[in-house]
Design a protein around this ligand. Structure first.
Ligand code: FRU
Length: 432
């Protein structure tokens, strides 16, 4: 269940049932994802006043299990002249900042301060001594200023006894790395890029170890797999100073249209790498026809590595998901509202595809995504909420996240020729 500041359940038309969405107004990127004292914290880019981008502030929600979210009051608020852009949070266990104490360490948010006149983006701190409920902006802000209008989205973590910041130079298609002992003074280490996909700004990076490799996630907009926003990743090693990529192949984290600016949680139990993205696309996000809110997050997904691919596995929902799985080498299923409105997912001509043309609104966006696959039968799992379908194929190595738009909900599954081993939960099965 998702609860909101007013206590309302939020059951309006089109509202997702188990994906986080704010009670009202605009949301984009997830920010400051962290686990602390039994709670997952989700901060997010939020306009507290309107249903379109603007007045960028950090909204906030907490959850014990990544599904039952409680939305809290806005955590960090914009000013007349500046917006609070994307960033991360850390727990300052050693009290390196002096903001808290070792007994009660500060939760420190490292965010980009964006000047509304577009003259500058610099990095700032705010801290909380009450588990993220209230934040105080640091009086010595900014802590990192290179006099650039395009320098944003710091992801900070504690690596080898120092703070490491991974941050985007969007217009240069570069990711820069900085180090610090106290979050206040930063030293430049190195830059990565431009390489692979550079068709748009590089934004919202994340760097982490997965198995025996390091992963660098880079969102880019436009220039995504098909249209608008997309996320690529690089595999390689972090040597304490620089990221050395194994190769410069393009690897898409998601082949769907609607997964952008995703990052992973800091400080999760057992070091699980849990990812959350913004389930939208800058191409049409502003006009997506929901109200009084606009924007939802993807399902939380655990990341692992298999060969040179990231595998995404959705975190289990305590009550299970409405979902369908099947295998095919040449076949499909439809997930339907009725005979007219449905999503078709399958394999043809050695391509995995999703066709949302019968479950879309009048926004201009491509409704057929295809991706070449190896010969043979593949497994496909689809999780269905009001407003979205998330496809996890080939064990989660190929993922397609798409917003959909139907009158009420997709409630039944219709297998077409060539769909084998059908398993359905929380949806009806119908036959043509
Ligand atoms: C990505 C992004 C970030 C920026 C934020 C502003 O979607 O453009 O680079 O910090 O949105 O809301």
């Amino acid at each position: 269940m998702i609860t909101h500041p007013s206590g309302a359940l939020g059951d309006e038309k089109y509202r997702p049932q188990f994906h986080f969405a704010p009670e009202k107004n605009w949301m984009n990127d997830p920010n400051g994802l962290i686990y602390y004292k039994g709670e997952y914290h989700l901060f997010f880019q939020h306009n507290p006043k309107e249903n379109v981008w603007g007045n960028m502030s950090w909204g906030h929600a907490v959850s014990p299990d990544l599904f039952s979210w409680q939305e809290l009051p806005v955590a960090i608020t914009c000013t007349e002249e500046t917006g609070i852009f994307s960033g991360s949070t850390v727990i300052d266990y050693t009290n390196s900042t002096g903001f808290g104490s070792v007994e009660n360490p500060a939760m420190v948010a490292i965010y980009t301060e964006h000047k509304n006149d577009k003259s500058k983006q610099s990095q700032c701190l705010a801290f909380s001594l009450d588990n993220g409920r209230t934040f105080t902006k640091y009086e010595g802000n900014p802590v990192l200023d290179i006099n650039s209008p395009d320098f944003r989205d710091p992801k900070v973590q504690w690596v080898e006894n120092q703070w490491l910041m991974t941050i985007a130079r969007p217009d240069l298609h570069q990711i820069s790395f900085f180090t610090s002992h106290n979050l206040k003074e930063w030293k430049h280490l190195s830059d990565f890029g431009p390489t692979a996909e550079v068709g748009g700004c590089w934004e919202c990076p994340d760097l982490f170890q997965l198995g025996d490799k390091w992963v660098l996630i880079v969102s880019l907009n436009p220039g995504g797999y098909q249209v608008g926003s997309g996320t690529q990743y690089f595999l390689g090693q972090w040597n304490g100073k620089k990221f050395i990529a194994d190769d410069v192949k393009t690897r898409w984290l998601d082949y769907g249209r609607d997964n952008y600016a995703g990052i992973t949680f800091n400080n999760t139990p057992q070091d699980r790498r849990i990812f959350l993205g913004w389930m939208s696309n800058w191409e049409y996000a502003h006009t997506f026809p929901t109200q009084p809110w606009r924007g939802a997050m993807t399902l939380p997904r655990e990341l692992s590595l298999h060969g040179d691919r990231i595998i995404q596995t959705p975190i289990n929902h305590p009550n299970g998901f409405p979902e369908v799985s099947f295998t095919t080498s040449d076949g499909a299923i439809r997930i339907c509202e009725n005979n007219e409105r449905y999503v078709e997912i399958g394999v043809r001509n050695q391509k995995l595809y999703i066709d949302t043309s019968r479950a879309w609104c009048d926004l201009d966006a491509p409704t057929l995504q295809e991706i070449a696959i190896e010969k043979g039968e593949i497994d496909i799992r689809v999780i269905v909420d009001r407003g979205s379908v998330e496809v996890f194929a080939v064990g989660g190595a190929i993922v397609l996240t798409n917003l959909v738009f139907v009158e009420t909900a997709l409630t039944s599954v219709q297998p077409l020729a060539g769909a084998n081993n059908l398993k359905v939960a929380g949806l009806q099965t119908t036959h043509a």
